[in-house]
Design a protein around this ligand. Structure first.
Ligand SMILES: *[C@@H]1O[C@H](CO)[C@@H](O)[C@H](O)[C@H]1NC(C)=O
Ligand SMILES: *[C@@H]1O[C@H](CO)[C@@H](O)[C@H](O)[C@H]1NC(C)=O
Ligand SMILES: *[C@@H]1O[C@H](CO)[C@@H](O)[C@H](O)[C@H]1NC(C)=O
Ligand SMILES: *[C@@H]1O[C@H](CO)[C@@H](O)[C@H](O)[C@H]1NC(C)=O
Length: 240
């Protein structure tokens, strides 16, 4: 079964986990637990969204809204969660096919090597998700021009992952997730400019997790999402 999670941050601790056969099983269980959690959310009470943050990056209208395809979750503009950056819309030709409302706008960061969002949080385990839909917003056909288009993501001071849009279909969305422990009353998500294309982000989400979930995730070990598979008969493909 092609399921796995990748350890990141504090590389030495992460390596130790990857090399231990007994913990491999627990890595494999991780996506299943995410699945159980999202299913509970679907059928849960509205109060189960307490602590959820869903930012529609680059949206100019500050009024929170509910996406008709993702019921029960309020999205809001990212204004006030980040300094600087420029707001954009994806190209008109990709608008109709955008999978979610939040993918129609984005915020780009042409200045600075590191631009950070501050997501209000409580201390403890969180799922942080970032979505990237290029949608030829700048009209430069940048994902398909043959040159590398790559930038980085940090959670606080720790490297999370690279976002590689090289040769990427401009209408497709790159989806990144990390399970991490929030050290205090906020989580910092930073976009890092590698000099290979202007970093941008389309949506940023934070979901509280119960501290008993994912026992191998602690203040020095985070894991990033690799693949999510739904078992059984699933007709509702919305992930919250
Ligand atoms: C980028 O920096 C230039 C020069 O300092 C400034 O004029 C411009 O407003 C900045 N743009 C953004 C998006 O911060
Ligand atoms: C983008 O670039 C690719 C590769 O050069 C080319 O095939 C495609 O037609 C271009 N698309 C647009 C909208 O310019
Ligand atoms: C980025 O993606 C391109 C196209 O798939 C690939 O050739 C390249 O090696 C990737 N770069 C990195 C640093 O992963
Ligand atoms: C986090 O978990 C790893 C692996 O189980 C362990 O080596 C490390 O000591 C833990 N760190 C903390 C701060 O509990």
């Amino acid at each position: 079964m092609p399921l796995a999670c990748k350890a990141l941050q504090k590389p030495k601790a992460a390596m130790a986990i990857i090399n231990s056969a007994s913990t491999k099983l627990r890595w494999i269980l991780a996506p299943l637990l995410v699945l159980a959690m999202t299913t509970t959310r679907v059928h849960g009470q509205p109060s189960s969204t307490s602590g959820f943050i869903s930012l529609d990056c680059g949206k100019r209208n500050n009024t929170p809204y509910t996406d008709s395809s993702i019921r029960g979750i309020q999205h809001q503009s990212d204004a006030g969660f980040v300094e600087g950056g420029l707001t954009h819309q994806i190209a008109a030709v990709y608008m109709a096919g955008a999978p979610y409302e939040s993918q129609k706008t984005l915020r780009s960061f042409p200045n600075g090597s590191r631009n950070c969002y501050t997501l209000p949080s409580t201390p403890g385990k969180k799922l942080v998700r970032a979505l990237f839909t290029y949608g030829d917003y700048d009209g430069l056909n940048r994902t398909m021009d043959g040159s590398p288009f790559l930038f980085g993501l940090h959670i606080g001071a720790n490297f999370w992952e690279a976002v590689n849009l090289t040769n990427w279909d401009p209408s497709s969305t790159i989806w990144k997730e990390v399970l991490t422990v929030a050290p205090g009353d906020s989580v910092s998500v930073c976009l890092i400019n590698f000099g290979t294309g202007t970093p941008f982000v389309s949506a940023l989400e934070l979901r509280p997790l119960q501290d008993s979930m994912y026992p191998f995730v602690n203040s020095s070990v985070s894991i990033s999402y690799f693949r999510r598979i739904r078992f059984g008969q699933a007709t509702d493909f919305i992930t919250r």
